[in-house]
Design a protein around this ligand. Structure first.
Ligand code: BMA
Length: 328
């Protein structure tokens, strides 16, 4: 068994794999766990991030409002399944009013790193870019500089410094619905100035892995294992009915994470259930968080379904590694 290097989390949501299951990832039988009405004014709750906190769990949720505006909200849970989400969006403090000025916020990730929780999200600043903030207590939130110039989406931190540098994946994009997209890794000594940008991986052209031919983007915070960083990502194909979002995974070199050791040829989760295929944006599974238990190797993935509701799905570090190492 490969070893997850991280916390013991015996209380993450879990259901065993059914004996007849052939896929590496299987859904919670009571999905979706959060419906459209997650808070007072929500039209939809999806693409959200959760972490263990105190004696339960806390999360940052994307709730699009009934006027179809995008913002991020705090939520709390004892069991990581039943969530109470606040009605007012997170308010940030910070040194520069120019940066605090809010256009839109969506697709948050939350990463515990050294002594605090960092939140990254797609932040409107003359187009989408990567917003960065930190909190110690989920009561006050300090917003830092945007990591990159627009246009960029899917800023995902590594959960520790690597070679004494903070590292973040991202997916440079455009101001629209981006018909392209590869994943890069950037480095920072201080969480403010980001550079040393390295190409990690891109779309796969041709007929060998059609689900990831249009664009790909990083999902949850990568999971450290004794074989490398295990990262889950989304991949997109353009069909005659528009984009279809699926999930894949890859194993990255532990010291130079832009080096890809293995990568999904087959997807690990595809929109198949009704709540993934019907909603505000049909045919989307979009992962933004994962809880991993170092003792058992269990992983619970949080993902947005059809840009409308939130689901969870289960896997293990060994299921994912077997999938990428033995693709056929
Ligand atoms: C992407 C983002 C995601 C969304 C996806 C599918 O560009 O906007 O938030 O889930 O499109 O609509």
């Amino acid at each position: 068994m490969a070893k997850i290097i991280g916390q013991s989390l015996p209380n993450i949501p879990w259901q065993d794999k059914q004996p007849n299951e052939t896929a590496p990832v299987w859904r919670y039988t009571c999905n979706p766990i959060i419906g459209r009405n997650g808070n007072k004014r929500s039209n939809s709750v999806f693409n959200s991030a959760v972490v263990p906190f105190e004696d339960g769990f806390i999360g940052v949720f994307r709730c699009d409002s009934r006027s179809i505006t995008m913002d991020i909200f705090l939520g709390r849970s004892k069991d990581a399944i039943n969530w109470t989400i606040e009605d007012d969006p997170i308010e940030f403090e910070g040194a520069d009013g120019e940066i605090l000025h809010k256009e839109f916020r969506y697709d948050p990730r939350v990463c515990f790193l050294e002594d605090r929780y960092y939140i990254t999200w797609c932040n409107g600043y003359h187009g989408p870019t990567i917003g960065v903030a930190y909190t110690f207590d989920f009561k006050t939130f300090t917003q830092l500089e945007n990591a990159f110039l627009p246009f960029n989406r899917n800023g995902v931190l590594f959960p520790r410094k690597i070679n004494d540098m903070f590292m973040m994946m991202s997916r440079p994009s455009d101001n629209g619905h981006t018909p392209f997209g590869d994943i890069f890794v950037s480095q920072s000594p201080d969480m403010e100035f980001w550079g040393r940008h390295r190409y990690m991986m891109g779309t796969i052209a041709g007929n060998s892995s059609g689900w990831q031919t249009t664009k790909i983007g990083p999902g949850p915070i990568p999971i450290e294992t004794d074989e490398g960083w295990l990262m889950i990502y989304h991949g997109v194909i353009t069909t005659c009915n528009g984009y279809v979002y699926r999930m894949g995974c890859a194993l990255l070199d532990i010291n130079e994470p832009w080096k890809v050791l293995y990568r999904s040829n087959d997807y690990i989760l595809s929109p198949i259930e009704l709540y993934e295929c019907i909603g505000d944006v049909p045919n989307v599974v979009f992962p933004c968080a994962a809880l991993a238990d170092a003792d058992t190797g269990r992983i619970t993935i949080y993902y947005g379904c059809a840009d409308t509701v939130t689901g969870i799905a289960f896997t293990t570090v060994d299921d994912l590694l077997a999938h990428i190492k033995n693709p056929k």
